[in-house]
Write a protein that binds this ligand. Structure first.
Ligand code: ADP
Ligand code: MG
Length: 455
């Protein structure tokens, strides 16, 4: 277990309390707030917002701050402009291509009346300062894409100082980037005496405390998805905490191969065979109920159902001469017996966490196992269990399942959620930890005149 793991629960609890302190502050009129959010939305090929979940996830912070009368400068990154930067300079077309303008258009639709002050042409410098200076109480200004400046990803101190100069108070609500040491996430809050976690971060941390640190037991976990490599740290951590762990998705085949099963053309991770075997042993030693597939759906193509059939995994699968998964086939989903066993094992749990699809669910015929898991999560939620799902593809599968599906908490954190779980360093959360008592905020905040003069 990483050394940092031990203090994350205590840090999370302090940050949840700090966020509550900010929520209690009654009057923030005249106070300039820099709100770092995660508005890194996917765009369609013609540049429109393809999925506005992250914008909607930021609205509670915006509405709370605007209702208190704060003057909000909203900052975010979008995409990877650096991957597309012209070697010989940064022309206007490049700036336009990576602009937050599509996000600004969505924000305007969500924020009432004149409470949205528009998109500033830059996130730092005279144009940004002038736009922030013109804000009225309760207004929100969107700053242009942070990553148009190389200093953001490079965690540059001078760039951070420019951003910090724009505001009196920092609110960090970009949970999805809390595992990254980048200027607006770590260096800026360190420069600001008043720094708070926002409501989205507080919800993610409360959920982490409720499901992983102080779970009602039994704690059941379903892990799936593409690679053991992506989730090894979390798997190790979960084996130390969970009562029930079921494994599906492509990663399950690395476990199966480690136990001697012939997996046909299914891609496995050679370097994780030994760690997988050790995890199975560790689960046994700790008394964790670890379930692996006992039957799988196979197909000769990954992209369409070709010669599909359900294959039971028996002892004979252990011989290359009589493999259960034919050499020309891929394992594309868990089978029905496995899905039923997983649902039954999870049914007994009071707390449930699911990350990673059970199969290649993008092909509808290969989505049966993932849908069975969604049904199990829904049933658990309805009978009062604490339930949580995370992972971009898992959330997509869940959204696709329609309005009947239910979960207690859907974590939008992606990689950040996994790193929190495995006890990684989480520099963005550490940067928000502040010795200043939350109650001091209003008294210590400059009056409107002082705020203006400070620019
Ligand atoms: P999440 O985004 O929810 O964390 P991952 O990114 O780890 O999930 O994995 C999702 C991907 O794994 C999906 O694209 C899915 O098609 C793929 N996948 C799951 N099971 C299989 C399988 N048996 N064979 C091939 N791909 C699979
Ligand atoms: Mg994914």
């Amino acid at each position: 277990m990483p050394a940092a793991a031990n203090d994350l629960p205590a840090l999370a609890a302090r940050l949840v309390a700090a966020a509550e302190g900010l929520a209690r502050a009654e009057d923030l009129r005249g106070v300039r707030v820099l709100l770092r959010a995660d508005l890194n939305v996917p765009l369609t090929p013609d540049g429109a917002v393809a999925d506005d979940s992250r914008i909607r996830a930021t609205l509670p912070a915006l509405q709370m701050l605007a209702a208190k009368g704060a003057r909000v400068a909203l900052a975010s990154h979008l995409g990877r402009p650096d991957a597309d930067a012209d070697a010989g300079g940064r022309p206007a077309a490049w700036r336009a291509r990576h602009s937050l303008a599509p996000v600004a258009a969505e924000l305007r639709a969500h924020l009432p009346g004149d409470s949205f002050a528009g998109l500033a042409p830059d996130c730092v410098g005279p144009a940004a300062a002038a736009a922030v200076g013109a804000l009225k109480d309760g207004q929100v200004l969107l700053l242009e894409n942070l990553r148009l400046h190389a200093g953001e990803a490079a965690n540059d101190a001078a760039f951070a100082a420019q951003l910090a100069a724009l505001a009196d108070v920092y609110v960090g609500d970009a949970f999805g980037v809390m595992h990254r040491a980048q200027a607006s996430v770590t260096a800026v809050p360190a420069l600001m005496p008043h720094r708070y976690p926002g409501p989205l971060v507080a919800r993610e941390l409360s959920n982490y405390l409720a499901t992983m640190v102080h779970p009602r037991r039994p704690l059941g976990v379903a892990m799936g998805g593409a690679k053991v490599k992506d989730k090894i740290g979390v798997l190790r951590e979960l084996i130390a905490r969970a009562d029930v762990l079921v494994v599906g998705g492509r990663m399950a085949y690395t476990f199966l191969a480690a136990l001697g099963v012939s997996v046909g053309r299914t891609q496995i991770e050679q370097e994780w065979l030994e760690p997988a075997r050790k995890m199975v042993d560790a689960a046994k030693a700790r008394g964790v109920k670890l379930l692996l597939p006992t039957d799988v759906l196979v197909s000769e193509s990954l992209d369409a159902p070709v010669a599909t059939r359900i294959v039971p995994l028996t002892r004979s699968c252990c011989t290359p001469e009589a493999p259960c998964i034919p050499p020309g086939s891929f394992g594309v989903d868990i089978g029905p017996a496995t899905a039923a066993a997983y649902a039954e094992a999870l049914e007994a749990c009071e707390t449930l966490f699911w990350n990673g699809p059970m199969g290649r669910f993008e092909v509808p015929e290969f989505g049966g196992g993932t849908n069975a898991l969604i049904a199990a999560v829904t049933a658990a939620t309805k009978r009062g269990a604490a339930t949580c799902i995370g992972g971009g593809d898992s959330l997509a599968a869940f959204a696709h399942a329609g309005p009947g599906a239910a979960v207690g908490f859907a974590s939008t954190g992606g990689g950040a959620s996994l790193e929190l779980l495995e006890g990684a360093a989480m520099p963005g959360l550490r940067a928000l930890d502040s010795p200043a008592a939350p109650a001091a905020l209003v008294a210590a905040a400059p009056a409107p005149a002082a705020a203006a003069a400070a620019q």
